[in-house]
Design a protein around this ligand. Sequence first.
Ligand code: C5P
Length: 226
Amino acid sequence: MIVALDYPGAQDALDMATRLSPELCRLKVGKELFTRAGPALVEQLQAQGFEIFLDLKFHDIPNTVAGAVRAAADLGVWMINVHAGGGRRMMEAAREAVDAGTHRPLLIGVTVLTSLSDADLAELGYAETAAQRVTRLAALAADSGLDGVVCSAQEAATLRAQRGDAFKLVTPGIRLAGDAAGDQRRVLTPGQALALGADYLVVGRSVTAAPDPLDALQRVRAELAA
Ligand code: C5P
């Protein structure tokens, strides 16, 4: 379980971390929080025992992405990601950069942003539907040596069948039964996502907006165990 720390600043993130437990979850630090609080926050969270998914979705020319990936790996984080749409040479450069380091985070690809509809993709000049493009980019990510992809739980079953057991599937859009979906369009419970083949669940507000976040985490654990 990966709890998304979607906060505008370090103090909110650190306050939430103290209400969680590294035994029960890892933490995701994304673009807003990292841009404000930077490597120092990542180091503070790691000092509290948490493993970190640094969700910066790198997308640039291969040389630049390789440098960014090296810098992220040097922070000692557990998982990092790049946009699969950056292409084979970009992903291979990222793979080489991780493998050349002493600390090797999991290297994950982002296929199609879930905010993009088929109509958005058509406007961008892509002839494929989002589902077709997810399949294509996941295959390219695997072929380029990435450890897995971020995908919706709905895509997990297909990708699990296509890519086999070792390919990591990281799935957001998780809600505990009874929680509000908020801005997410398609949500599944933790148990449903696991049954569809997810390896790691990204859970944000179902945990962080709960009156007792630790209790919410334990409820997710209980659901997964069941
Ligand atoms: O609060 P909630 O559980 O919706 O948070 C989900 C987290 O996963 C957020 O950090 C969001 O940016 C991220 N995410 C997502 N959908 C994607 C990729 C990442 O919701 N396709």
